[in-house]
Every structure is written in C-alpha cells, then in structure tokens.
Design a binder for this molecule. Structure first.
Ligand SMILES: [Zn+2]
Length: 321
C-alpha cells in the first residue's frame, strides 16, 4: 500500500468516526427530548387541570430547541411514534403551530421544576423536591451527556418566606444558551435579575451601553445552589458574585445568567417587593437611558443569533395555554 493510500484511509476512517460521534451526540438530543416529553406526560396525568399548561410550554420549548439544532429536529423526528404524535397534536396544537416562529420564555427544564413543585405535597420541603428532580433525571436513563437537563437547582428565601426555586439553563450549545438568556432578559426574568445580567450581556464586542444593573443582596436573603445529581451544596460561581453580590471564593465562571441562582432570585423578586426595593443598584451608570441602550443591545444580539440559526422570528414570545 502506498503511503498516500494509507494516509487517505486514515483520513477517511477518522472522518467516519467524527460523523458517528456527531450522529451519536445529536441522537442523544432526540432521545433526551423524547424521554422528557414522555415523563412529563406521565406526571401530568395526575394533575392535568393544573399542569397541562406546563406540558404545552415544554413541548414548545423543546420543539424550538430542536428546530434550531444543526441538523434540525422537527417535532415528527423528536416524537417518532405516529400514534403519540397524532395525540399530542390533537391535545396540544399550539406548540406545533408556533415552534418555528415564536421564542420560548424559558428553557425546558424550568417546566419540569414547576411540575415537580406543583405536585409536591409540601412545597417547603426542599429535600423532597431535590429528590424528585433527581428521580426524574434517573428515569430518563441517559448516559453522562444530558442535553435539555439542568445540572443545578437553587433555593432562595428570606426569613419566614416561602422557598423560591430555580434551575440552571438546560439548553445545549452556545447559541441556544445565549438565545435563552436573551429571551429571559427581555421577557421572563424579574427586572432586577435582567438588569444585573444585561450589565455583562451581550459580550463586550456586541455591547454599546455602559449600563450597570448589578446588585448586592442583603444579608438576610439566602440563595443556595445544589447539584441535582447528588444534592451537594455548590458555592456561587464568580459570575453570580459579580451579578448579585453573592459571597464566594469559587473561581469558576459560568456564562452570565446561566446559573440556577438567576431563575431562583427572579422568582423571589417577583413576589417579595421589599427585597426588590432594597436591592436597587447604586451605580451612577444605572440610568433609564443606559437601560434602554442595554435592552436594544440584547435585542440586536438576539436577532443576530436567530439569523445564524436560521430562525424566522415573528417577534412574539410563546404564551403557553
Ligand atoms: Zn453562577
């Protein structure tokens, strides 16, 4: 065999390996999506009146993330069971109608968290909620790679308040993650969390404002994250320290807004007005005008990313029903 031939064979083999690896990892997306939908449908049986809206929302969110994948996963590929697909279309027509034109407000696993909290006998029993989430993930029987599954949960509280839960972003890949953070800033999060995140988002090269909406949580607010897989307490990362003034010596830094702290604190601010009043940012760059520029930056960046993934946005966020 000539050395050229050997080289060619080697190149062909590694190309085929690369493709197989790619197919495998993409197939994990499909499998994960399908399993999560199945588990949500099972849970929904007990409380459909209350939780049907969460199934509607998660279907839209998963179908959206599927269609912006490369190669894309339309609903009929994700749910490759004709009978089940027909039933889903009949019961939940709107996610099928809007997944390719409207943006989800949250990543899928936030709907799973809401389902579990809604069904918990005691919503203040955080250990039970963590355990149920852990069980939910175990049921999916995925390997180490778990697309669409959050890795952390966060619990925030002030003395005598209820607990406010949140999970980390569960969208795989850089573009989907960035799209979901943009959607959360513009539509979903409480303004305190959105303002803090927009201080660092989008990245500097895409930012024209000098807006500073970072905040300092008061000492009586607790905000603790846990790894879902084993319940271990996790210190806040450096990004969360910069955003919310959380104490930490941890040096890891996740993308701003990706951590469970953001959703959990947003839920707390939405309900606890006094806390919200007392954390108003103090920077002189915290002005209405700077905020408008910051919002415009996020909108422009979002449009650019949606263009990259060839998504034709109708400017609406999906409202589950
Ligand atoms: Zn963090």
């Amino acid at each position: 065999m000539s050395s050229f031939h050997r080289l060619w064979q080697k190149a062909a083999a590694s190309e085929s390996q690369r493709r197989q690896k790619f197919l495998k990892s993409e197939d994990i997306f499909r499998k994960s999506a399908f399993m999560i939908i199945q588990e949500m449908l099972k849970l929904n049986v007990q409380t459909a009146e209350l939780t049907k809206v969460l199934v509607d929302e998660i279907l839209h969110s998963i179908f959206f993330l599927g269609i912006i994948c490369k190669p894309s996963y339309p609903p009929e590929i994700i749910v490759n069971d004709t009978k089940m697909l027909g039933k889903l279309r009949e019961k939940f027509p709107r996610p099928f109608e809007f997944y390719s034109s409207q943006l989800p407000q949250r990543s899928p696993f936030s709907c799973v968290l809401d389902m579990i909290v809604t069904q918990a006998e005691d919503k203040e029993n955080e250990n039970q909620i963590k355990q149920k989430l852990q069980e939910f993930i175990r049921q999916l029987s995925l390997g180490n790679e778990k697309p669409l599954v959050s890795s952390t949960i966060c619990v925030s509280q002030i003395p005598n308040s209820v607990r406010y839960y949140g999970v980390s972003m569960s969208s795989k890949g850089a573009n989907p993650g960035r799209i979901m953070v943009a959607a959360s800033c513009l539509e979903t999060w409480d303004s305190c969390v959105a303002d803090a995140v927009m201080t660092y988002y989008p990245p500097p090269s895409n930012r024209t404002s000098s807006f500073d909406g970072t905040l300092q949580l008061e000492g009586h607010v607790t905000c603790q994250a846990f790894r879902i897989s084993d319940g271990i307490e996790l210190p806040p990362c450096k990004s969360c320290k910069e955003l919310f003034g959380l104490e930490t010596t941890d040096i890891s830094k996740w993308a701003y807004g990706n951590c469970a702290e953001a959703e959990s604190l947003s839920n707390l601010f939405k309900k606890e007005e006094e806390v919200k009043m007392n954390v108003q940012p103090t920077s002189e760059n915290y002005t209405e005008e700077n905020r408008r520029t910051a919002v415009a930056d996020v909108q422009r960046y979002l449009k650019q990313m949606l263009h990259e993934v060839q998504f034709n946005w109708d400017k609406n966020f999906y409202v589950p029903q």
